[in-house]
Structures are given as structure tokens and as C-alpha cells.
Design a binder for this molecule. Sequence first.
Ligand code: PLP
Length: 427
Amino acid sequence: MSKKRIETICVQGGYTPKNGEPRQIPIYQSTTFKYDTSEEMGKLFDLEANGYFYTRLQNPTNDLVAAKLCELEGGTAGMLTSSGQAANFFSIFNIANAGDHVIASAEIYGGTFNLFNVTMKKMGIDFTFIPSDITEEEFDKAFRPNTKAVFGETIANPSCSVLDIEFFAKVAHKHGVPLIVDNTFATPINCRPIEWGADIVTHSTTKYIDGHGVSVGGAIIDGGKFDWNKYADKFPGLCTPDDSYHGVTYTERFGLEGAFITKATAQLMRDFGSIQSPQHAFYINLGLESLHLRIKRHSENALKMAEFLESHEKIEWVRYCGLKNDKYYELGQKYLPNGSCGVLSFSVKGGREKTNEFMKNLKIAAIETHVADARTCCLHPANATHRQLTDKQLEEAGIPATLIRYSCGIENVDDLIEDVKQALEKI
Ligand SMILES: *Cc1c(COP(=O)(O)O)cnc(C)c1O
């Protein structure tokens, strides 16, 4: 049989029950797993056998859902984490240590920016933030001998810029490091970064993948193509023996397709314990079953909303890569030909005061620190998620102080447009 199509993977990927087994993914609500002999248990601890012993490291429910996500992204191995923050932290910390350096697009989610720019800097990892429309020459200059990765978001939250994944991958590979792409907004339905050369993909499953606002979660998927051995001196954690696992060398034992995720599980999950709960993994899977239907509607609604806003006299500007005169239209057509996502950003004329007034007038769209949910919501980032950023950092992140992030749900778009229309009329 030919490779299954994306919609079929959404519904059935990751889990094929055998005769008489549960049709739906079972929730393994157990912290621990039972063995007959200590020898068998010992083999698991030495990573010599496959199996489960303690849910802080791995749980079968989580692994089934991770396998579906991995199939959707076209990767070779995947893992769930307790949040998108944990996924992005692990994706970097798995290959960068104190004294190392990472290059990230400046247009990334505020939480990730803070994680990199404050918390991981305290851990001794230095970051350089670059504009996503950087020239190759400038990009080359950002690399140092201790650079270990390049990081970006397919569609940036909330600036809505589109990453030139092929270009970023080309430059990263020229310098012998992997490209890590946070694919939260596009989802694997609208873009699969690995097909464009990205090496590692991360997700906040909290957003479209869950889609109903019920569970915080994250995921990491490895494309399995980056040749760690070729740059073994840069990545000793993957290419030399791990003393905390009886001298296992991850690339030797698990190959290029398994090394990254096995190390992240065996070391980082073991030590940081940012595990997803099996119950939440089950919810995430329910979300995945309808992701292909929802993301299509989210994208259609957002495009119609963007077109309405663009034509309204009280709107200063709108950013949505589906709009023909958007700065990212070309990149959007290349990487997101079937639609981008439900999130758009815009600004109303009249500064912060009118921004607040407008948002107060909305009746269907709720003010929430959330996006990518079945229900429409909106946020004023400079007042909320990006509050800790200075005006200069806001500008660099592509977020003007009056930007409104509007996340179109899957309601009837005419109702959403009428809601925005009446809110604008009152200001
Ligand atoms: C929300 C978000 C995150 C953080 O995810 P949590 O699940 O909230 O920890 C990371 N990246 C992007 C693009 C996000 O939108």
C-alpha cells in the first residue's frame, strides 16, 4: 500500500490495534511497570532493551501519540513533553551546553524568547537573535565556532512572519549545525518543515493540535537526517559515550534516526521530568483526529477576516500571509499553499487607547492568553505575553506596541466579522 495521506494519519496514525485490542488509544494510567526479574529491569536501565519502567521517562500512551505526530511530520522519532516551553528547551539543551551559542530568529514567541534570552543565558548558553529576512552574508557573520543550532518558527507568534525554511536550513547546514523549527502555528497539515530541510521540529500541542483549550503540552520530532557524526566534535553528547548510561554512544546505538530523541528521553526527561501526563496525551490524540478539518476552517476564516479588516477605514494595517500585498505572501504561497493558520495580527487607528476600547467592545472574541483554539480569542501582546520586552525588543520581534493578535476559531466567519464590525463602529 502507498504511503498514507495526511488526513488518514491524523485519524489512524501511530496506533494499529491487534485482534481484540482497544480501538482507541488506551490510557496507561500507571506510574510504573512490573517485571519478573531484576535482570530484565537492568537491561531497560542500560537502554539494551525496549520497554517501560517509570512514567517520568516514558509512557506507552504518550509514545503512541508521539508516533502519530512523528508520522504527520515525516520524522523518524518523536516524544511528547509537558509543554511547548519544555519541548523548545529540550530541543536546544539536548545539543548545547554552557559555553555554547545558538542563533534564533528574533521573531519568535515571547515565552521562547524569554527562555532563550534570560533563563538559558543564565545557564551559560549565549543566543544571537537575527531578523527573519536577514541576508546570507549577515547570517554567516552570526555564526561562531561554538554555535550549535539555528532556531525559528514556521509562522511567528504573534508577528505572523513566515520563515524561509529552505534558506535557513541551507545556511545552518553550511555551518554544520541543525535547523530547529517550531511548527506550532502551521501544524503538519499546512507545512512539514522536515520536507524543506529542517532537522528537528517542535510543537506547543496546546494550540491547534489540542485545539479545544483543554491541555498544555509539547512535542519534539526528529527528521533523522542530520549527520551528527560528521560534526562529532561539535556534538560530543550524541557522539561520545554517556557516562550516566554506562557508556552508551547515542549515534552508534540508535543511529541518526533515533539518537536525538533517545538522548533527550534518557537524559533530559529523566533529569528534568517534564513528562506529559497520559491523560493529556489522550486529549491531544482526540485533537489530532480532527486537526485536518479544523485547521482548514481556521485558515479560511482568518483569510476572510483579514480581507475584511484590510478594507476597513479604522484599521491601520493587517498582517496575514494569505493577503496578496502582505510582506510574506510569496513565502506563504511557497510553504503554506493550502492556508497558513487562524492567527492574524492587526492594529486599529488611534494608538493604545483605541486598541483597548476596541477589544472591550468585542462580544464573540474573548480576551485570552491563548491562541489556536476552536473559540475565537484575541490578545494585546504588549500588554500581556510580551510585557517583559522593552519597546526596542518589541520592535525587533516584529511586534508594534498596538498589535492585536486575533485568533480565528471555527465559528461561522460572518458572525466573527459582524462582531469586529460593531466593535470598530463604537470607537
Ligand atoms: C504557545 C507557544 C509556545 C509555548 O507553548 P506552551 O505549550 O504554552 O508551553 C511555544 N511556541 C509557540 C509558537 C507557541 O505559540
